[in-house]
Design a protein around this ligand. Structure first.
Ligand code: 0A1
Ligand code: ZN
Length: 880
């Protein structure tokens, strides 16, 4: 049974330190088919300066208490009160240490929420962040209670030959009746959300790593039987992450073992439990035949992210859940930097900015808006958001831009030295940078508390060799109702000369401070002046997206076309070109059907990029990709008509395809000649990305499925197979070639859950009228299961976020189908249902008929009496 909503709001301003401490936890798990017995012994004491009469109130969630004693003596019924979600104990010793023993009995087999202890394909596993530990035992389940743990697991040897928990392995051995046990010791004090246990029949891939100080660490990745060889790339990524964190941040690993387990039923991407990371198997298992280049990059990122949490999250954790961005924003920044160093910095940055604009900007500009550090929540699970993660990372990046590389590193070093072992706050974090560099960061701190995307207006004036840049910032108050004070916006820029190189011009006057290539905008308005310029330069502004703002640059169309061709900053080029294309598509969508979407010069610029040898292929692929329909909808902003957007974008694809056909064919042929055996490295992936982007245009120009059908047949890796199948399914939906490919795909991969997810999504995203019937059928397909989050996301999420044309169909049928499925899913897995419900977050930006349809579908769902707290919270905020 999921928790229903009690309307309770948790506020940052109500934070109080815990009244009791837990120093050490000794747990014994007895795993059996059908039930699990847990005994937890806690070494506790009252916190100093607390009232000696204060009762101990422990958190629980759906728990059954079996036994309770203090210092070895049973606690009488008059001294405690146990409900499924709370255990209150009175008259505990007024001072000094005491030991509390609690026994609970769980049924992981019926745990469909996948929080606490559950079973996935027979494997026992746990997920405790944020508040899952309280589903295992009564506890002070809050991140500022840190304890060392010893865990003893006992199970049937056949059912669970592998027994894992946090920390280092201890004693293990056989028991009577075919059972065995293992003990794990975690010497590093940790909050309960980092607890983990895994037990089952698992295969393993092992390796070793020698740290910079010469310690050996045993590495292991556990998978379901027969799949361990698919963990090889993940293992490689893990070792590269370990080396990188030593070199870049001086951070060394701190246990004798590092274990990763790949699980098929998992609510999120992965979890950084101390010494025992638990992963959604999607972010571990790869083979050329089953995984795309995007999957390889995703595994590398997530492996790195979870590993980096060992220092930013585990050694230094969060005082409370309002500080979630302390670990998440910082760790995303670290994983993005890792990928930038391992792959192409420009391509990585474009990908991150693209993701930020697609996910975080709509969140920040809609009803689910919240500051990077929220001030209140009803359900913390709903705050694992793009704002906390991605915008949180942008704030750390701005800090690095403002303080420079050496200053940023000095601040990080101080943070690690001062707060190791702490449950810290954003204030603690910023103080380290302020002290290490002698910088006042009080204005910068506003970024954590003020929600919304600031607008940055830039105008230029050139006269007699003098260029004046005028900058202005403004922030509108949105749904979160937070402050709108001017913030510190670092604006990276370049003045591009006629030959495509940056001028070395120093500012000669102005009201904003300029350091190197960064303008520090700290007031509502400011100016920067450059003098004695031989000719008017093109201004390349907000390079590398140096701040998460919406740029409103009044710049001549001609200048922008020039920058799209020769800005020496790769990010600047990409932005110049894709902004021009985006604006043209926005205008075409708003003008309605029948208008040409793109200026021929713009088309020419796009085509030219495809053939530009000095650009890496991955960057060329990004330059020639038109903005997606959701992105265009965001640019349109209000009164959105998804059908008009679809038509405008299709028109533009046709125009680029026709104009570029010859060039595209030539470039693609050249690429094919240089490709050989499959390798997942970034350069090879970039060539495949370009080749497949070109295949899409060539198919559009040709108007027949022949090219894609041939590519599908010839594909020797999943990236090419998926690209060809997508072209067939999306662009040639009614042809025999398309059905053949989809049938073949299913026949070849029906046994492979991760590939089958792709098939479900592919079918759900076909932008044709028949797709609503298809998704109805797919929801009844024998291979569909609501209980598996990846499968539910593949179908429902694929449809609601990957098929704008049909999800937003004018008669509201797409909305109704989605809302009904969310109601079903909520009964099993509230967290996943709530997350998928955010697909509705921009409903008010659509034209009135669709708005009304969306409102009706959401209201019908919201009127159900038995909704979870998770889904209720999202629906209430979305409708408010
Ligand atoms: N801390 C993990 C993400 C995560 C959060 C919540 C979860 O269950 C509710 C699971 C994982 C990370 O940042 O990777
Ligand atoms: Zn994380």
């Amino acid at each position: 049974m999921q928790r229903t909503d009690d309307g309770q709001v948790i506020r940052l301003s109500d934070y109080r330190p815990p009244a009791f401490r837990i120093r050490h936890v000794d747990m014994r798990f007895s795993l059996n088919d059908g039930h699990t017995d847990v005994e937890t012994v806690m070494e506790m004491e009252r916190a100093p300066d607390t009232d000696a009469a204060e009762p101990l109130v422990l958190d629980g969630d759906a728990l059954t208490l079996i036994a309770l004693d203090c210092n070895g003596v049973a606690i009488g019924a008059e001294r405690f009160e146990a409900t499924p979600d709370r255990l209150t104990i009175r008259d505990l010793p007024p001072s000094g240490p005491f030991t509390l023993r609690i026994a609970t009995r769980l049924t992981p087999e019926t745990n469909t929420e996948l929080m606490g202890l559950y079973r996935s394909n027979g494997v026992w596993c746990t997920q405790c962040e944020a508040e899952g530990f309280r589903r295992i035992t009564y506890f002070l389940d809050r991140p500022d209670v840190l304890a060392t743990y010893r865990v003893r697991i006992e199970a049937d040897r056949e059912a669970a030959p592998i027994l894992l928990s946090n920390g280092n392995p201890g004693e293990h051995g056989d028991l009577d009746g075919g059972r065995h046990y293992a003990v794990w010791d975690d010497p590093h004090p940790k909050p309960s959300y980092l607890f983990a246990l895994v037990a089952g029949r698992l295969d393993v891939l092992t390796d070793t790593f020698e740290t910079q100080s010469g310690r050996d660490v045993d590495l292991a990745i556990y998978t379901e039987p027969g799949l361990a060889d698919r963990a090889a790339y993940a293992m490689d990524a893990l070792k590269r992450s370990m080396v990188w964190d030593e070199r870049r941040f001086g951070r060394e690993y701190d246990l004798d073992v590092f274990n990763i387990v790949a699980i098929s039923d998992f609510n999120m991407g992965a979890m950084e439990n101390k010494g025992l990371n638990v992963f959604n198997h999607k972010y571990v298992l790869l083979a050329p035949d089953t995984a795309t280049d995007g999957d390889y990059a995703g595994v590398e990122t997530v492996i790195a992210h979870e590993y980096f949490h060992n220092w930013t999250g585990n050694r230094i954790t969060c005082r409370d859940w309002f500080q979630l961005c302390l670990k998440e924003g910082l760790t995303v920044y670290r994983d993005q930097e890792f990928s930038a160093d391992e792959r192409s910095r420009t391509v990585k940055r474009i990908g991150s900015v693209h993701g930020l604009k697609a996910q975080q900007f709509p969140e920040d500009q809609g009803p689910l808006q919240h500051p990077v550090r929220p001030r209140q929540y009803r359900e913390i699970n709903n705050f694992y958001t793009a704002t906390v993660y991605e915008k949180g990372s942008e704030l750390v990046r701005m800090l690095a831009t403002i303080l420079g590389e050496a200053g940023f590193r000095a601040g990080m070093d101080l943070y690690f030295a001062r707060h190791d072992g702490d449950a810290a706050t954003i204030e603690d974090f910023l103080t380290c940078f302020a002290e290490a560099t002698g910088t006042d960061l009080s204005q910068f701190a506003l970024w954590y508390d003020q929600a919304g995307t600031p607008e940055l207006y830039v105008t230029e004036h050139f006269e007699a060799g003098r260029l004046t840049l005028s900058l202005r910032q403004s922030l509108a108050r949105g749904a979160a109702g937070t402050g709108i004070e001017p913030m510190h916006i670092p604006v990276r820029f370049g003045l591009v000369g006629p030959d495509g190189t940056d001028l070395a011009a120093e500012p000669t006057a102005g009201t904003a401070e300029v350091e190197g290539d960064v303008i520090h905008l700290v007031t509502a308005e400011a100016e920067v002046v450059f003098s004695e310029l031989a000719e008017r330069p093109r201004v390349s502004i907000l390079r590398d997206f140096s701040a998460p703002v919406t740029l409103r640059h009044e710049q001549a169309y001609e200048d922008r076309l020039v920058l799209a061709r020769l800005d020496p900053n790769g990010f600047g080029r990409w932005r110049a070109l894709t902004d021009l294309v985006g604006e043209a598509l926005r205008a075409a969508s708003m003008a309605g059907a029948g208008r040409p979407a793109l200026d021929p010069r713009l088309i020419e610029a796009v085509v030219a990029c495809a053939a530009e040898e000095r650009l890496e292929p991955a960057l060329r692929a990004l330059m020639i990709a038109l903005p997606g329909e959701a992105e265009i909808a965001r640019l349109v902003g209000s009164n959105v008509d998804p059908e008009a957007i679809h038509q405008a974008r299709e028109g533009a694809i046709g125009a680029v395809a026709t104009a570029g056909a010859e060039t595209f064919r030539r470039v693609r042929d050249g690429l094919e000649r240089s490709s050989g055996n499959f390798s997942p490295d970034a350069a090879s992936a970039g060539r495949r990305a370009l080749s497949n982007a070109l295949l899409m245009y060539l198919s559009a120009a040709d108007g027949t499925p022949a090219l894609a059908a041939e590519a599908f047949r010839a594909a020797d890796n999943m990236t090419d197979r998926m690209a060809a199948a997508t072209i067939l399914a999306h662009r040639f939906a009614e042809t025999p070639e398309a059905s053949e490919a989809l049938d073949r795909f299913y026949a070849d991969y029906a046994h492979d859950p991760l590939v089958l997810d792709k098939w479900f999504t592919l079918r759900a995203t076909v932008p044709s009228d028949a797709t609503l019937d298809t998704v109805r059928d797919l929801a009844a397909h024998p291979k569909f299961s609501m209980a598996n989050p990846n499968r539910a996301r593949a179908l429902i999420g694929g449809f609601a976020t990957g098929n704008p044309r049909v999800f937003h169909q004018k008669d509201g049928a797409g909305y109704r189908w989605t809302a009904e499925r969310l109601g079903e899913l909520d009964r099993l897995n509230p967290q996943t249902a709530a997350r998928l419900a955010t697909a509705f977050r921009s409903w008010r930006s659509f034209e009135p008929v669709r708005q009304e349809q969306a409102r009706a579908a959401l209201s019908a769902l919201a009127s159900r009496p038995e909704l979870s707290r998770d889904l209720r919270d999202i629906l209430d905020r979305t409708l408010s």
